[in-house]
Design a protein around this ligand. Structure first.
Ligand code: SAM
Length: 305
């Protein structure tokens, strides 16, 4: 479904909800890069440190002459740590919905890794298989950033099953954020500089730019909180007053306090994620966590290998 149709359907639904993939136009991708640098946003730092520390072991499991397919690659920064440790990687295939950002990241990679075949694919992988070329070597998936946490467990299960099909027998290296002190989680999604708020509000800014919508950004508040029974951070945009928004010839009414659910970020225990991976047909073969057990990276192989 196109942005206009999904946004309209999400605003008509009760509760109101819009999928987080729509955050990522060029401006949203830039804002996400700024989030990664925030002192409060521990996931990026922690995942980088795990990659740095364990890249050799990961490269050993991946094997030589591999093709790496990164789902939701963004700026493709983390994969550089892997590429530096891998033996003769054949091809890197970054897949992302945010086309401009993907093209710029691919150009930087090509210039820094001239021997690597960099083949970006602009695709929404929730809508079907990305158009991958026949594999250049053992095809291995990379899905960092705990983006799997954006999906409800049932959808996460289906996505992990699909990855197995697309990877055709290769393994999957996947970063997963862990359950922790809610205060630390709260700080990570409510940074002092308001970058996460701007990222959340970019959904409305994008609708204004692309769809000619008339969202008044000042009339909406960023809200992010931990929902303990669901083990997830929820992000919402909350209407500060009674208001009407228009786009595509439609009107959408909001009362003060009405909320639009814009993102979930599920947190897992190591065992909980491994159980999900097993249900999706994967065998968890290795896991790396930091000393404070903030974040985990899992190496999964298809069951039966
Ligand atoms: C949270 S960022 C993570 C970026 C990077 N992998 C990292 O770990 O820092 C999520 C990335 O996935 C992309 N993305 C989100 N939903 C997607 C979808 N359905 N299909 C393809 N890419 C998607 C976004 O554009 C964004 O670049």
């Amino acid at each position: 479904m196109a942005f206009a149709d999904e946004l309209a359907a999400g605003l008509q639904a009760r509760p109101r909800a819009v999928a987080p993939k729509w955050f990522y136009d060029a401006a949203g991708s830039e804002l996400f890069e700024r989030i990664c640098e925030l002192p409060e946003y521990y996931p990026t730092r922690t995942e980088f440190a795990l990659l740095d520390r364990h890249a050799e072991a990961m490269a050993e499991l991946i094997g030589p002459r591999a093709e790496i397919v990164e789902f939701g690659a963004g700026a493709s920064r983390k994969v550089r740590v892997l590429l530096d440790a891998l033996r003769s990687p054949r091809r890197f295939v970054p897949v992302d919905i945010s086309g401009e950002h993907l093209a710029a990241a691919a150009a930087r990679l090509r210039s820094d890794y001239p021997a690597l075949d960099v083949c970006p694919v602009v695709a929404d992988f929730t809508q079907g298989a990305p158009a991958l070329m026949p594999a250049a070597g053992r095809r291995v998936g990379f899905y960092p950033g705990s983006s799997i946490g954006n999906f409800d467990p049932d959808d996460a299960l289906r996505l992990l099953q699909r990855f197995a099909g697309w990877l055709g027998g290769g393994g999957l290296l996947i970063g997963v954020d862990l359950v922790k002190d809610p205060a630390q989680l709260h700080a990570a999604y409510n940074d002092e500089r308001g970058v996460t708020a701007a990222f959340n509000l970019n959904l409305w800014a994008r609708a204004n730019r692309e769809l000619g919508a008339d969202f008044d950004l000042a009339a909406w508040a960023h809200s992010a909180f931990y929902n303990p029974p669901a083990s997830r951070i929820e992000m919402h945009l909350v209407s500060r007053k009674a208001q009407t928004v228009r786009f595509g010839g439609q009107r959408f009414e909001f009362a003060e306090g009405d909320s639009v659910h814009t993102e979930n970020s599920y947190k897992y225990t190591v065992e909980g994620f491994q159980a999900l991976a097993r249900r999706a047909g994967w065998s968890p073969r290795a896991v790396w966590t930091d000393a404070a057990r903030r974040f985990s990276i899992h190496w999964l192989e298809p069951r039966g290998e």
